[in-house]
Design a protein around this ligand. Structure first.
Ligand SMILES: Nc1ncnc2c1ncn2[C@@H]1O[C@H](COP(=O)(O)OP(=O)(O)OP(=O)(O)O)[C@@H](O)[C@H]1O
Length: 426
């Protein structure tokens, strides 16, 4: 599809998506301020609350839940042969009693085109050799693992059913799976498969060896123009694809961007994504069919999740991450796909400055600065970058720069020749 037809399609989608409004996503209750949560709905105008650490550490700040208990049927010690790409560790602090494994970060995951894992449901945890923990999310841990049958290295997100239920996040998970299972793009972290047992739900995800862009950014402090423009370009590619699929991500932030070999990025975490109403979607999006009913079990197993995760026409949910929330969400107005364009502007700023543009100790102050579009640019910022950020951080959503125009913005064009030179080592 040509850039001009993408542009016009993007404009049409923008209009169509203006019909998005109420989202009755059940509230999640424990996300930090860097996490999207419906508690923002309750707390938006509560300025008396103490601000919590906005940048929780990967291993400890996602709540007080330990490693989810793997089904005892799955507990085993793996027998690692010398020919495998894993090496054993003396420690045994992985899930259950499974030996903890370490994967050399130089080992690439298999190309997605060759991924040989069965689509779903025939799988069980026994089909995987579980390796080192990669991180912890709100509902459980993510492990590096190997699909035994194929030797395919992937990430396994293990979520406790108990926690899913107690935190009312079944619908979010269901929506995440429904949306992400239909997304296949080199700049998106692909959901390869999913299955469940008595205790947990497991998502098999493409493995991103470099981890979160957030940690690269924290390590380096800030990115230079070539690096930031490279990541911006790649993320915009992902967003254009999502736009064509009628999907709004709603939680763009460096924590949800994973880095792979060759400094490639993959957008992840579709827990807060939504799909434009199929009845409203442009026919060229090929999204006119309602999503298939999601089954998280074999026929003899009850389906874990409710079946009401249909795309909503209207959305008012205050989701997204505090620093990345657009004015329309803070003001409880209807929002549309342009929330992702706003977040892209926030991200570019954060990459170049090292902190998000509206960050304040008090979240009420952050909200004020967001609704007033109070962006303060450091002197050292390239004027071209300022121009791009400013054109994305527009109060009126329809005035935000089109994604296709981001791709050809002079800041991108100017630094493109230096992208290879400034690749981050991973
Ligand atoms: N596909 C992956 N490849 C490599 N590392 C991953 C992958 N997915 C997740 N991780 C690591 O595991 C950590 C936890 O991931 P997870 O998605 O559970 O957390 P999260 O983004 O905080 O999710 P949530 O907000 O849903 O709790 C991430 O911060 C990341 O470092």
């Amino acid at each position: 599809m040509s850039v001009s037809s993408l542009s016009s399609l993007e404009s049409r989608i923008k209009k169509l998506s203006e019909s998005l409004s109420h989202d009755h996503t059940p509230g999640s209750k424990s996300r930090s301020l860097r996490k999207p949560l419906s508690t923002f709905v309750i707390n938006t105008y509560d300025n008396n609350q103490k601000k919590v650490n906005k940048r929780p550490s990967q291993s400890s700040s996602h709540g007080n839940h330990g490693t989810p208990k793997l089904n005892s049927r799955a507990q085993r010690h793996t027998d690692i042969g010398p020919s495998t790409r894993f090496s054993t560790s003396a420690s045994n602090n992985g899930p259950g009693s499974i030996s903890r494994l370490h994967l050399s970060s130089s080992v690439p995951s298999s190309p997605i085109s060759q991924y040989p894992i069965p689509p779903s449901l025939e799988l069980s945890i026994k089909d995987f050799e579980v390796g080192k923990p990669l991180g912890r999310g709100k509902l459980g841990r993510v492990y590096c693992c190997r699909h035994i049958g194929s030797n395919y290295v992937c990430a396994l997100k293990v979520m406790s059913k108990e926690q899913l239920t107690s935190q009312g996040l079944e619908l979010n998970l269901r929506r995440e799976i429904e949306i992400s299972r239909n997304l296949v793009h080199p700049k998106l972290c692909r959901l390869l498969s999913f299955f469940h047992d008595d205790d947990n739900v497991y998502l098999v995800i493409e493995y991103a060896v470099g981890g979160e862009l957030y940690y690269s950014l924290k390590k380096q402090g800030l990115f230079n123009n070539p690096q930031a423009s490279n990541y911006t370009f790649q993320l915009t590619q992902a967003l254009i694809y999502l736009r064509l699929k009628g999907v709004v991500h709603r939680d763009i932030k460096p924590e949800n961007i994973l880095v792979t070999e060759g400094n490639n990025i993959k957008l992840s975490d579709f827990g807060w994504s939504v799909k434009l109403s199929s009845s409203k979607a442009d026919s060229t999006l090929n999204e006119s069919r309602p999503p298939k009913r999601l089954l998280l079990g074999n026929s003899h197993k009850p389906s874990l999740l409710p079946t009401s995760a249909k795309p909503q026409n209207k959305r008012h949910t205050l989701c997204g991450t505090l620093d990345y929330l657009p004015p329309e969400m803070i003001e409880s107005k209807v929002h549309d796909a342009q929330v992702d364009n706003w977040a892209l502007g926030v991200l570019i700023y954060e990459m170049l400055v090292g902190k998000p543009p509206f960050e304040e100790a008090d979240k009420g102050d952050t909200y004020k600065r967001i609704v007033n579009i109070d962006v303060r640019y450091p002197d050292y910022l390239d004027p071209l970058a300022k121009d791009l950020i400013g054109s994305l951080l527009q109060k009126i959503p329809s005035e935000r720069l089109l994604l296709t125009k981001v791709m050809s913005h002079p800041w991108i064009v100017r630094y493109k020749p230096q992208w290879k030179q400034y690749s981050l080592p991973h």
